[in-house]
Design a protein around this ligand. Structure first.
Ligand code: NAD
Length: 274
């Protein structure tokens, strides 16, 4: 559908979660012929979870089995040395970098500002905001090497546009990411590099289920019922699936979106409208 994405090279952070948005984006970009680097935290090296069992490798094998090119690389997006190594290995493996998807995110749990632990703030803001900053900083020189058309897509949230009680660090982190998106769009527009954010609402992933668990506890209902409650928040009456987000990200990476930059596009089924 987007022929210009063939042989483009994309790095997707936070792509190691089963059913996660990151793996969905990697699969979707690969369907368009892009070469994808799936990146995530290194799993703890314990005998019951050996390296090969990382979900990153499962996706890589599936993409390769269907004729695509993919690579799994571990990098903590809050650690600059690991990011630089990931970017260098990508360049070495594929010769170029066209697309960066800052997808890694953390949600250590809900609490009021009064009761939220300082550590929850640090993790949430470090992964979403600082992580996107450091990864973008490392990739921008490679995007500038291209003959125009580099892409950065940040996975923010509707929680970055409107505050939600008990979500202070998460809202602050995603709000920061939206403004970083606008800033980088203005800085890089002269090189025809676009920078956009996608703002999901409630997505059926491990993180989405964590949110459903909070609702289940609050309302004394089961997890599946809580997922329906989250779905009903949307005008379209359901939670998103990773493909819903991946479709919009893929469009933003394509030439068809070459005149869109600095935008924060809601993909929430109609919960947020600005
Ligand atoms: P997920 O928890 O399934 O995936 C997040 C991934 O980020 C995990 O694989 C995790 O290991 C990785 N990660 C965490 N810290 C990291 C670090 N320091 N370095 C590298 N990777 C790290 O969640 P998801 O729903 O797939 O979330 C993907 C993105 O979408 C996140 O940025 C999240 O905030 C955002 N989002 C999700 C929802 C939702 O309802 N699920 C809604 C809005 C926005």
């Amino acid at each position: 559908m987007y022929e210009d994405l063939k042989d483009k090279v994309a790095i997707i952070t936070g792509a190691g979660s089963e059913y996660g948005i990151g793996q969905g984006i990697a699969r979707r970009l690969s369907q368009e012929g892009a070469h994808v680097v799936l990146s995530d935290l290194q799993p703890a090296n314990s005998p019951d979870r050996p390296d090969e069992e990382s979900y990153l490798h499962t996706v890589v094998k599936e993409i390769e089995a269907s004729g695509g090119r993919a690579l799994a690389l571990y990098a903590d997006v809050t650690k600059n040395d690991q990011i630089l190594a990931m970017v260098e290995q990508t360049k070495k493996a594929f010769g170029r970098i066209d697309i960066l998807i800052n997808n890694a995110g953390a949600f250590p749990g809900a609490n009021t500002t009064e009761d939220m632990e300082e550590r929850a703030w640090d993790i949430t803001v470090d992964v979403s905001a600082k992580g996107a900053f450091l990864c973008s900083k490392a990739v921008i020189p490679y995007l500038k090497e291209l003959d125009g058309g580099g892409r950065i897509v940040n996975i923010a949230s509707i929680a970055g546009k409107t505050g939600f009680p008990t979500y202070g660090p998460y809202c602050a982190a995603k709000g920061a990411l939206i403004l970083l998106t606008q800033t980088m769009a203005r800085e890089l527009g002269g090189q025809a590099i676009t920078v956009n954010a996608v703002c999901p609402g409630n997505v059926d992933t491990l993180m989405g289920r964590k949110e459903a668990e909070i609702i289940a506890k609050e309302q004394g209902i089961g997890l599946e019922e809580a997922m329906l409650v989250l779905g009903e928040e949307a005008a379209l009456g359901r939670m998103a699936v990773p493909e819903d987000i991946a479709n919009v990200v893929t469009y933003l990476c394509s030439n068809q979106a070459s005149f869109i930059t600095g935008q924060s596009i809601n993909v929430c089924g109609g919960i947020e409208f600005h």
